[in-house]
Design a protein around this ligand. Structure first.
Ligand SMILES: Cc1ncc(COP(=O)(O)O)c(C=O)c1O
Length: 358
């Protein structure tokens, strides 16, 4: 694939480079009011939302999202990957934004209902899956900046796939020095919808620099790498069974990815040493030049596991290894997709089977 093809691909698809196959037919809704608490879930056709102009979310921005996936299993059934972990993060996001936390059981049941209704639309091609997007917003009519008294929860689904099927791909990244994504005490560690709009300018600049994705630095010192686009980052030192997989410690200003947690467990299962360590772009460049860092990869629900092939920081650009996905990235990626599709053991119970109508 040429660089131009790759840029067009990543620029247009948006969802961390995943290929988009269209929304499914249904959606699930729930409603919360101060007086009645939660009602629903209601399964219905995916349809437009009709909102009065004074709907609070349009004025105060009280809106949170999640992103998780359901996969076709080897035996033909369907399972959602780690829905309870996403439910708990959705609750943390809600509390941070002064919204009512949706009980874990409600979250899981809503997604089971949606997947059971729409699993038939899933593609059986390698690398394709059902991306689930639950979100919640302040649906009360109110212009005053106070916590709303009515919220709407909606879950929709989209078919997505990888351009390389079940193979892993390689991206170029641009270090963003000017616009931090998040700051200590802010909302970077939850999935607040408003976290994403301010990142679009940096994403445009990354594209202008010929790169697919943005690497975010901490806001206080503008020195420490936090994450990449909408994914968490891992650096590999050494090779073979001696490889050490390093990722930044959670600081509270970037997202604790569920996939990040999965990668840490799978890397350990593969026999690699796993370590938390701060990494600066300067050190990253030096250790790539000396051959100490052999690979870098990113993880996320949409990204799955994607290698980083080259980095641009200001005027300098450097390659990671030979610029193609290395063996550690490949091994983690393979075990990840095998775990998601029911082809690997599931000791931690990550796969949540969905009962589908016969
Ligand atoms: C900012 C950000 N970082 C990291 C991730 C990866 O998180 P997860 O692995 O839970 O998809 C996401 C995606 O949700 C994200 O939006």
């Amino acid at each position: 694939m040429t660089t131009i093809d790759a840029e067009a691909r990543h620029g247009e698809t948006g969802l961390d480079g995943a290929q988009i196959g269209g929304f499914t037919a249904h959606m699930v809704t729930m409603r919360w009011t101060v007086d009645e608490g939660w009602t629903g879930p209601v399964l219905g056709p995916r349809t437009d939302l009709s909102l009065p102009p004074a709907t609070a979310v349009l004025h105060t921005g009280q809106s949170i999202i999640e992103g998780l996936a359901a996969h076709r299993q080897q035996d033909g059934t369907v399972a959602i990957f780690r829905p309870r972990d996403h439910a708990r993060r959705f609750q943390r996001s809600a509390r941070r934004l002064s919204m009512p936390p949706l009980p874990e059981e409600h979250f899981v049941r809503a997604l089971e209902t949606l997947v059971a209704a729409d699993h038939g639309a899933m593609s059986d091609q390698p690398g394709w899956r059902l991306y689930l997007r639950p979100f919640m917003f302040a649906s009360e009519e109110n212009l005053v900046p106070r916590p709303a008294r009515e919220f709407t929860f909606v879950a929709i689904a989209m078919i997505i796939g990888n351009y390389f099927g079940e193979d892993i791909e390689s991206l170029s990244v641009w270090v963003c020095r000017d616009f931090p994504r998040a700051f200590p005490g802010g909302t970077g560690d939850v999935k607040y919808a408003g976290n994403y709009a301010p990142t679009l300018l940096a994403q445009t600049k990354a594209g202008q620099a010929g790169c697919h994705q943005v690497v975010w630095l901490d806001a206080a010192e503008r020195r420490w790498i936090e994450e990449m686009g909408s994914a968490n980052l891992f650096f590999v030192r050494g090779t073979g069974s001696e490889a050490v997989v390093v990722t930044p410690e959670l600081t509270g200003s970037f997202l604790p990815g569920v996939t990040r947690d999965t990668v840490l467990a799978l890397a350990a299962r593969l026999g690699y040493t796993v370590r938390h360590e701060r990494m600066s772009p300067e050190r990253w460049r030096e250790e790539c030049a000396s051959g100490e860092i052999t690979e870098t990869f990113a993880s996320g629900t949409a990204t799955v596991v994607t290698a980083v092939g080259s980095v641009t920081d200001g005027e300098s650009t450097w390659a990671i290894g030979d610029g193609t996905p290395g063996p550690v990235s490949r091994a983690v990626h393979q075990l990840m997709i095998d775990s998601q599709h029911g082809r690997a053991a599931d000791p931690a119970g990550w796969r949540h089977p969905v009962r589908t109508p016969a």
